[in-house]
Design a protein around this ligand. Structure first.
Ligand SMILES: CC(C)(COP(=O)(O)OP(=O)(O)OC[C@H]1O[C@@H](n2cnc3c(N)ncnc32)[C@H](O)[C@@H]1OP(=O)(O)O)[C@@H](O)C(=O)NCCC(=O)NCCS
Length: 161
């Protein structure tokens, strides 16, 4: 059973989060976590960190991760570093992570929208969650991306009965 945890960087699971992000996202681009952090100093610390975990005889195992960065206007948030253990991809973990972050962003923080820079290969993952694409294709870390976003759900209006 996979569950999602919102952790701080002091949590013992944070080092597993970094190992997973490195294996799935950074190392294939030739980046280390230090390289990533140097691109935007201080940003990693400002992000909220989410991990998907499973129980393992040796303790909790991180099998998915993502971060949420709240923009300075405090009304939008950027989801970054979304990744799932290669052997478990396609089993619904990524979707579970995204739903938990949307609940945090819209339900708890009251954000008006969330966005991400989606690799072209991953666009249909976001599309299936109801995200929309906007703007032109652009390069980031040598990979083609599109900006995708989702707006906060509209409050349900009370009806007279
Ligand atoms: C993209 C990623 C986070 C998705 O997580 P996941 O756990 O594998 O995805 P899920 O099993 O929750 O998939 C949900 C749906 O999205 C689809 N989907 C998942 N990954 C996809 C991808 N890369 N491209 C297209 N569709 C994808 C699934 O087929 C599934 O559709 P279905 O419900 O119709 O079967 C994961 O595959 C991953 O870590 N990929 C490598 C890193 C990466 O590309 N990160 C995103 C950078 S923008």
């Amino acid at each position: 059973m996979v569950r999602i945890k919102h952790i701080s960087m002091n949590d013992p699971l944070y080092s597993q989060e970094i190992s997973l992000r490195t294996a799935v996202l950074l190392a294939p681009l030739g980046y280390t976590i230090e390289d990533y952090c140097n691109i935007a100093p201080g940003r990693e610390e400002k992000c909220e960190h989410f991990v998907a975990i499973t129980d393992h005889p040796s303790g909790e195992k991180v099998v998915g991760a993502a971060t949420l960065f709240i923009d300075e206007d405090e009304s939008t948030g950027k989801i970054q570093q979304v990744c799932v253990d290669k052997q478990l991809q396609g089993s619904g973990i990524g979707q579970k992570l995204m739903i938990a972050i949307e609940a945090r962003g819209f339900g708890e923080l009251g954000l008006s929208s969330l966005y991400c820079h989606a690799q072209l290969d991953a666009m249909s993952f976001y599309d299936k969650l109801g995200w929309s694409v906007e703007g032109h294709e652009f390069q980031e870390a040598g990979i083609a991306h599109r900006r995708m976003f989702i707006s906060a759900p509209k409050p349900v209006e009370a009806t007279d009965s």
